[in-house]
Structures are given as C-alpha cells and as structure tokens.
Design a binder for this molecule. Structure first.
Ligand SMILES: [Zn+2]
Length: 416
C-alpha cells in the first residue's frame, strides 16, 4: 500500500484516487466522502497495523485561519462581510447544542470553513458556497442552515469515528470505532476490498444495537422498500401532496390546463379533417392548403376563446412551480436516498447526480449528514423531514438516533 504524509506529519497508508470513498485526499468526488488517509486491518492478521492514531486535523491549506473565542469572531476575522453574514445566519439557524459544538470545532481550528464559488462539500474541511448558505426562506432546495449543518454532519461522521484532537494535540474525544467494530466489518464484508471501500466513518463502520451499521441498515431497509413498493407510495404521495397544495391556492389550475390542451387538440383535429394533408400536388397548391389550415385554426382559436383560456392556464405557472418545489423540499431527503440507492440521478426530483452513488457508503454518508442538519435546525421543514423519515424509514431513523445519541454522549464527555 502506498504511503503519504498525513496532516499530523506522519507517513500513513492511503488508497489511491479512483476508489470512491476509500480514496485519499485526492479522490475524484469531494462531495461528502471521506478524504482522510485510512489504515485498514486485513481480516486474518496479515499485515497487521497498529491502532490508527488520532489524526490532528488543523486548517491545512492556502489561508491561515485565525482562531478565536467564538464563532462570530471567527467569521468576522476570516471572511469578508458578504459571506460572513450568510454564515452567521446559517449558524444561528441551529439549536444551542449544535451551535456550541460547531462553534468549538471552527473556533479552535479543528475544522476549517472555506468559501467557494462552486458546490459546497466536505473533504476534511468544510467548503461552502455563499449562495447555498445564505438561502432566504422560501427559496428552492435549502433552508437557512441546512447546507452548513449538512456539511458539518459529514465532518462529524468522520471526526468522531477517528477521535478528535484539539489544536494543541490533546485528544479531547476518543475514537468511537472500536476493534470489535472493525472485526465485525470484516466478517460482514466477504471481500477485503469491500470492507476497505468503507471509509471509517461512524455511518459505515459503527455497529449498532440491531447488529448492523447505519449503512447496512439503510441498504436493507431501502431494499425492503423496493420489494414492498414503498418508494412508489412515496412518489405518489409527494405528487399528490404537491397537487393539493397547488389546488388550495389555484383551484382551477389543473382543470384550465386540461381544458386548454383538450380544446387545442380538438381544433387541430377539426382543421385536419377540413383540410386533409395534400400530397402529389404542386408546391403552390400544397402551400395554399397549409395556409388555409393555419388560418382556420387561428379563427377557431378566436371563436372558442382558446387564446384567453391558454393565457389563463399559464398565468400561475411560476407560483405553481414554487409551490411544487416547496413540497419537493420536504421530500428531498427521501428523494436523495431513493436516487443513491436506485442509482437514479436526482432521485424523484432532488438529490445527487448519478456518479455520486458509485461511492460505497454514500447512502449512509448522506443520511447521516442530512440527519445532522435535520436535528440541528428547529424550522418546520426539519420537522417535516424527520416525520417523513420516521414514517417511511423507521428502522434507519431509529438507528441513526441511536448513533447520534452515542455521538452526543462522546461530545458531552469531551475534555475541552
Ligand atoms: Zn452531503
């Protein structure tokens, strides 16, 4: 296995890029996957490595980040006004416990925040796009705070698994993945490579009271949902919910659309009957027939009031797609799970691109990160998302809660 210098300055084994989540820092997909160098044990004692040391992760690139006493100061010192405002708003969308935790990680330089013009992602530090963190309420796809707490979810998934070291090199939280977890992971993954591809995160490697990791739980539950046609129910429910929301505001919306398209089809049929397609005629005769048909259609549009109806059927399009998107937002986590599990890009309307699903463990990484965001925020969407999880993915939700309780316990016992 090749080695590279890790962030603590020691040589450490790593998996080369191109192996999805198990890849080192230079992996090809930054979104939410684990980018640390990883040490694995082979099952039968061959190539035994010692326990993985805690990795001191300090701000590591380009700009030095000044550490401060609290998050607001950290933001003021390190970011320009525009980005800082959004960041603070996002931070304040979290509850006190989450704010305390996130504030400690950033203000002590354990996890650095970077700004980008591209997508937000986690790859050892959290990189955020200004537009995504400062979303105003009501805009599509994200609530204020969602992106920030989501990306920090990815960070916790990895940091708590490996143990947390403060800026002075003192271990403040012991690693949560134990030898027993590692043994079990190898027992449950027949091939060594399969186990290797799982990245050493809580969501993929921590065994829970149901005898599975969150990842194994999710895979089994998603499979069950396919067999029981639960996904079909969810998609139907989502579409029906969106439709009902639209009807509350625009009772005639769908019927106007239907009427308009039926009327148009009828008129076009009438015109075709009246002016049948002429072939084997001179060009001028052909053109004259086509023109007469078009004129007839225009005339009928006038007479039947089609033009007004068409206008009317379109006037609320913008608001309607906003309402539909609001509904989709509540279902977006489920849609993402569906997409990753079934390898369908963007699920049934929202989520990751298809390539992301190739990362082993992606299902669990996203569930974990989303769960962090959902539990961190107090808004109505977070509540609605949790209700949907509980309703449709009860086993995974239960196990995620258990895992988060373990993580909370570890954090409450942190020596900071
Ligand atoms: Zn993510």
């Amino acid at each position: 296995m090749p080695t590279k210098r890790n962030r603590a300055g020691n040589q450490q084994n790593y998996i080369e890029a191109g192996h999805g989540d198990a890849s080192g820092e230079y992996g090809d997909n930054a979104t939410g996957s684990n980018k640390h160098f990883t040490v694995f044990k082979k099952p039968d004692g061959e190539e035994k490595t010692t326990n993985e040391p805690n990795i001191a992760v300090t701000p590591n690139n380009d700009k030095t980040v000044e550490t401060t006493k609290n998050f607001e100061e950290y933001v003021d010192k390190n970011f320009k006004e525009e980005f800082g405002q959004g960041l603070k708003a996002s931070f304040n969308a979290g509850n006190d416990y989450q704010k305390d935790k996130l504030g400690y990680f950033t203000s002590n330089g354990i996890i650095k925040i970077n700004e980008t013009k591209g997508n937000s992602y986690y790859d050892g530090s959290v990189t955020l796009n200004q537009r995504q963190i400062s979303q105003k309420k009501g805009s599509f796809s994200k609530e204020v705070g969602d992106t920030l707490y989501h990306e920090f979810g990815h960070a916790y998934d990895e940091f708590f698994a490996k143990g947390i070291v403060d800026k002075d090199g003192k271990t403040i939280v012991e690693k949560m993945i134990t030898e027993e977890d590692n043994e079990k992971l190898h027992q449950n993954n027949k091939s060594f490579v399969d186990a290797l591809m799982l990245s050493g995160n809580l969501s993929t490697n921590k065994y829970l009271s149901n005898g599975k990791t969150l990842y194994e739980t999710l895979k089994d539950e998603c499979h069950k949902m396919v067999r029981g046609k639960v996904w079909d129910t969810i998609i139907k429910e989502y579409k029906e919910t969106a439709k009902q929301e639209v009807l509350k505001k625009f009772p005639d919306y769908y019927s106007n659309k239907e009427k308009a398209s039926k009327l148009r089809a009828d008129i076009e049929q009438e015109a075709r009957d009246k002016f049948p397609y002429k072939w084997n005629v001179s060009a001028s005769e052909f053109n004259a027939n086509e023109k007469a048909k078009r004129d007839y259609i225009e005339k009928r549009y006038e007479e039947t009031g089609f033009n007004q109806l068409w206008q009317k059927s379109r006037e609320n399009d913008f608001d309607v797609s906003r309402i539909e998107n609001e509904t989709l937002k509540k279902y977006s986590n489920l849609s993402d799970m569906y997409g990753i599990y079934k390898k369908i890009p963007y699920g049934f309307g929202s989520g990751h691109a298809g390539s992301y699903g190739k990362n082993k463990g992606a299902l669990a990484h996203e569930f974990f990160a989303e769960f962090n965001s959902t539990t961190a925020r107090n808004d109505d969407f977070a509540k609605a998302q949790m209700e949907l999880y509980e309703k449709y993915m009860p086993e995974s939700t239960k196990m995620a809660k258990e895992l988060f309780d373990l993580m909370d316990k570890a954090w409450k016992g942190a020596k900071r």
